[in-house]
Design a protein around this ligand. Sequence first.
Ligand code: GN1
Ligand code: MG
Length: 347
Amino acid sequence: METSTIEKAAVQFGKGVPAYNLLGNGLINRTYKVDFADSTSIVLQCINQTTFPQPENIINNYRLIQDYSNNNGGNKISKLLKARDGKYYWIDPEENFWRATEFIINSYATSIPANPEEVFSAAKSFASFTQSLNGLQADRLEIIIPNFHNLAFRYLQFEAAVKNAHIGRLLKSTHIISEVRDRTALVDFFKEVESNETDYPTRVMHHDCKINNILFDKTTQAVICPVDLDTVMPGKYFSDPGDMIRTMACTEEENSNSWETIDILPVYYNAIIDGYLEGMGNDLTEAEKKNIHQSGLLLTYMQCIRFVTDFLNNDIYYKTTYPEQNLNRALNQLILLEKLETFIKQL
Ligand code: GN1
Ligand code: MG
């Protein structure tokens, strides 16, 4: 994206000359940290409208959560900023959708947890985000991406991609395809969760609980708050602990091709479960507590499916930096899933 475009967007949300840097390593949106001459800083984001066809829904949900938290002494989130025209977003002449939040000073995010304490407090923070919103009816939130964590739907997308794939891509994916097909019991479990509102109530879930979506305080290393609230919407219990297990309890991140060293870190795994259960307090049902260990399986399986589906579909969804990256990501997630299955059996 051109410098002038980013600068034009930045000045909508702050005063003076902006300097910016790319922030984080998201696979969908473009995010920048912008520093203004008056030493204020913001997080500026250009929303990918292929993934988010109605970006104003992100704003609606953000405002609903922000207002609810402010009025009910809820958890802190970084403040959504108004553009010069008074709206909470700005559309540039090329129809790009921009929005901004305050940059919380003295904060940092990390891609790799430094210790189990960090993992525990991240898990507790994501849980208490959901817990503190339990008085907000989940159905008041917009469905940002329909069927986002609907495993049955993702499975159908996968089978459709297999059917339509180019032969070259299909041949490269055969091992992953057959391993995915061997595990449809997870899809059945998902269907049970989806259809049973009593045991598995719909809650406000974050839906992208990676460690780099938590801000920590540079001085105290304490958690400040979760960020990247674009996919906050109604969901089921497994999404957030599942994504944490997938991304924090592993020795290698999802882009790693070090197949031999992909494994589960038991201490981090336990820190996630303990932190999540503590943060949710008594809100989890008996069925959710009993099936908490299914969450990592569901999300790792789903992410494997989503990556291989995108590879079979010619890489139309996730950003890639080399030709077979989505295939490698899928293999990474499959290996992690196998390790997770073995690990869970001995719990
Ligand atoms: C996407 O863009 P990012 O990294 O925040 C994706 C998540 C996946 C993740 C895999 C809207 O998140 O669901 O888990 O990539 N977000 C969307 O790294 O599809
Ligand atoms: Mg995200």
